[in-house]
Design a binder for this molecule. Structure first.
Ligand SMILES: [Zn+2]
Length: 209
């Protein structure tokens, strides 16, 4: 069974989901299901995937709200959506839907309750913004989880409010980055693809090193 043939990024997400399904959460050791894998990849935890509850806690958020927010973001992101749909199908064919851990209402084939567009901030041009950033990272055409992992690592080296000038040529970054920042709490200050300016969030979000 192949998902979205012709979209190699989506195939990578599906492969990641399958590779980690049933493995232990790096935080609490619970068995991971596919949706945990998609969110781990999206948020930059591909090196140590975690369950939704642990991911929410790391970002200082309440689990149910974090999961709803994540699902509504992932609906709009082609490659992660393919992974989520794959996880929906695989979980639906398993012995029972774990409603408590993952409400079935968050399946991608269920109409979403909130459907606001994922927008990058827009500001009048000001090239000095990028020049004034405390750090810079040319990510080339890295995409999906690979970009998130490196972005998370590099933002982790900054102090609160310091800015990273990111150059990311992958087209998916235009949609992925605003959603990623909304979920992680980092602030997308400016987006002029392929240039992005991201301010590090407060340490009070509870991220451990
Ligand atoms: Zn966990």
């Amino acid at each position: 069974m192949s998902t979205n043939p012709g979209n190699p990024r989506a195939e990578d997400v599906v492969a990641f989901v399958d590779a980690h399904w049933g493995g232990p959460c790096a935080g609490c050791s619970i068995e991971l299901v596919g949706h945990d894998g998609v969110l781990s990849l999206f948020l930059g935890f591909s090196d140590a995937p975690r369950c939704v509850a642990c991911l929410a806690q790391l970002h200082g958020r309440e689990r149910a709200a974090f999961l709803r927010h994540a699902a509504s973001s992932i609906r709009r992101l082609a490659c992660f959506r393919a992974g989520w749909e794959h996880a929906d199908r695989r979980l639906a064919s398993a012995s029972g839907w774990p409603e408590e851990r993952l409400p079935a209402a968050l399946r991608m084939d269920v109409a979403p309750s909130d459907q606001g567009p994922e927008r990058a901030p827009s500001h009048p041009a000001g090239p000095s913004d990028f020049a004034g950033a405390e750090a810079a990272f040319d990510a080339g055409d890295r995409a999906c989880g690979e970009l998130a992992l490196e972005l998370k690592r590099r933002l982790g080296l900054l102090s609160e409010g310091e800015r990273l000038h990111l150059i990311a040529t992958d087209l998916g970054a235009r949609e992925d980055l605003p959603a990623w920042c909304r979920l992680t709490g980092h602030r997308l200050v400016r987006a002029e693809p392929p240039h992005y300016l991201i301010a590090r969030r407060s340490h009070s979000h509870g991220e451990s090193p």
